[in-house]
Design a protein around this ligand. Structure first.
Ligand code: ATP
Length: 470
């Protein structure tokens, strides 16, 4: 952090800069740690930052957690805080006193831990009348952006939440990391509960199911186990690939599965692969997984990524200009979690530096992320980016079509190809569907002249250049 940033942080101590310091650290950890670890150990921490930022106290719920956080994370958190603040920060850990929560600087993204965030090994058995559904109420259909990538899965999930126990039972959702499987599952549970508050719904990660089986086995409490699982109206079970090689668990899950289907309760499952792709899971389970509806979640397409960024930033109380969302969405493609990470970085960077969100700011905030990507700009990438920006097909870059809505973006792409690559005019012409070099020259001259006079075009070119340069 530069001295200027440091001063501005100090000057805003009374406005909750302690929050910002801790928030930036949380944001960074969210990037670096696996989600489960982050949700379990970091998210629930409540931080109190001294006025001069020299000391940060983290409150944890109990002694076990305190020891764990100290052993596993404290040195990492310390060095991260120092890096962010630019000076040494003393880190302390304490067990939450009853009156502390009202006084503490509680980070906005560090709510009281939800049941779903509790680590498997710390979950207490729910006693009579204390059934926990473990749903995260923030994960709803409303907060799930729809796009081509999730349309079918979303529609099926909506259907299940409206009329459980009928069609699509079980519903099996699969896809790569961070594509919204868990979100979709919670959305089903939340929707069903909002329609039928008395329904017995349980969200559970497959690992927790395994640990429940082990516990029931050790304590000889299989009756309780069955009472719990076989009486549900809706079972949401995440990441069933974790059942691999766990024979006893698979047997108990098979029993629960049969019992639930027999009483027309619904089962929704997620996995990182389609049922037949699951390794080391008994065939009779796999065939049951596949007996309802199996749907995939695909990586989000560009428009969906833009919409997610704009929505999420709005829900954080900040408007992200569309051109910035386009810049980020173009550069962060793999999954929604990564997109959220990029957004968190941008928001933290903007808060810290008290600057409006712009492409320049996003570029600075995402410097590390962008620098590991290959920055070699090719004509193909230019054609794709320009086509995306003007919402035309990439094929139109090479086609003979002449309407202005196509010809103009094509000329812009030619201009950018000349400006941003080492290619000669004939080479560029060749890559644009075998056009003559004079056509390319005409486009380059035309766009370059117009750019001087038309502010709107200049602005669009600026966005495209920034996006391509990353
Ligand atoms: N379409 C979407 N709209 C809004 N947010 C989304 C969408 N898809 C995913 N997310 C968000 O992205 C993050 C990752 O999603 P989620 O945890 O559901 O992914 P996952 O597929 O279960 O990943 P993993 O396999 O790693 O557990 C979550 O914060 C989720 O809310």
């Amino acid at each position: 952090m530069s001295e200027g940033q440091h001063n501005s942080l100090a000057a805003h101590a009374s406005l909750g800069a302690g929050d910002s310091l801790w928030q930036a650290c949380v944001d960074q950890l969210a990037q670096e740690l696996p989600e489960q670890q982050f949700n379990t150990w970091i998210k629930p921490l409540v931080a109190q930052v001294s006025e001069d930022f020299s000391r940060v106290t983290l409150f944890v719920a109990n002694r076990f957690k305190l020891d764990w956080v100290r052993a596993q994370y404290s040195s990492r958190i310390s060095s991260m805080l120092e890096k962010i603040y630019g000076q040494s920060v003393q880190l302390e850990l304490a067990i939450t006193p009853r009156e502390a929560s009202a006084k503490s600087y509680s980070s906005p993204s560090s709510p009281v831990p939800s049941a779903a965030a509790e680590p498997a090994e710390l979950q207490e058995d729910a006693g009579p009348g204390t059934f926990k559904n473990r749903l995260n109420t923030a994960l709803t259909f409303d907060s799930l952006v729809e796009g081509t990538a999730n349309r079918m899965a979303r529609a099926a999930a909506m259907h299940v939440s409206g009329t459980p126990g009928q069609l699509y039972n079980p519903l099996f959702i699969y896809g790569g990391v961070g594509l919204g499987k868990t979100h979709l599952m919670h959305a089903v549970g939340n929707k069903l509960l909002s329609d039928r508050p008395a329904a017995k719904v349980l969200y559970i990660h497959a690992e927790q199911f395994v640990s429940d089986v082990v516990k029931a086995y050790q304590r000889k409490t299989f009756d309780e186990f069955k009472d719990k699982y076989h009486s549900l109206d809706l079972l949401l079970i995440d990441d069933v690939q974790f059942f691999a090689n766990k024979d006893r668990t698979q047997e108990e899950f098979f029993n629960a599965f049969e019992a639930l289907l027999a009483k027309k309760s619904h089962i929704v499952m997620t996995s990182d692969t389609y049922p037949k792709g699951l390794a080391d899971i008994h065939e009779r389970l796999i065939s049951r997984f596949d007996s309802g509806l199996t749907v995939a979640l695909e990586p989000p397409e560009l428009e969906m990524r833009v919409a997610i960024l704009i929505n999420k930033s709005r829900s954080e109380g900040t408007e992200m200009p569309e051109e910035v969302a386009f810049f980020v969405a173009k550069n962060v493609r793999s999954n929604v979690r990564e997109l959220e990470g990029a957004l968190r970085k941008i928001l933290a960077y903007s808060r810290f530096n008290q600057k409006e969100i712009s492409i320049q700011l996003a570029r600075e905030a995402l410097r590390d992320l962008l620098s590991i990507q290959n920055r070699q700009i090719g004509v193909e990438n230019i054609q794709k980016t320009v086509a995306d920006y003007y919402k035309i097909k990439v094929a139109d870059m090479y086609s003979k079509k002449r309407p202005a809505s196509i010809a103009r973006p094509r000329q812009i792409a030619m201009y950018l190809a000349k400006e941003l690559t080492q290619k000669s005019l004939p080479e560029i012409g060749e890559l644009f569907g075998g056009r003559d070099h004079t056509t390319v020259l005409h486009a380059v001259r035309k766009i370059s002249a117009e750019r001087q006079n038309v502010t709107e075009l200049n602005q669009q070119l600026h966005v495209l250049e920034q996006t391509l340069k990353g």
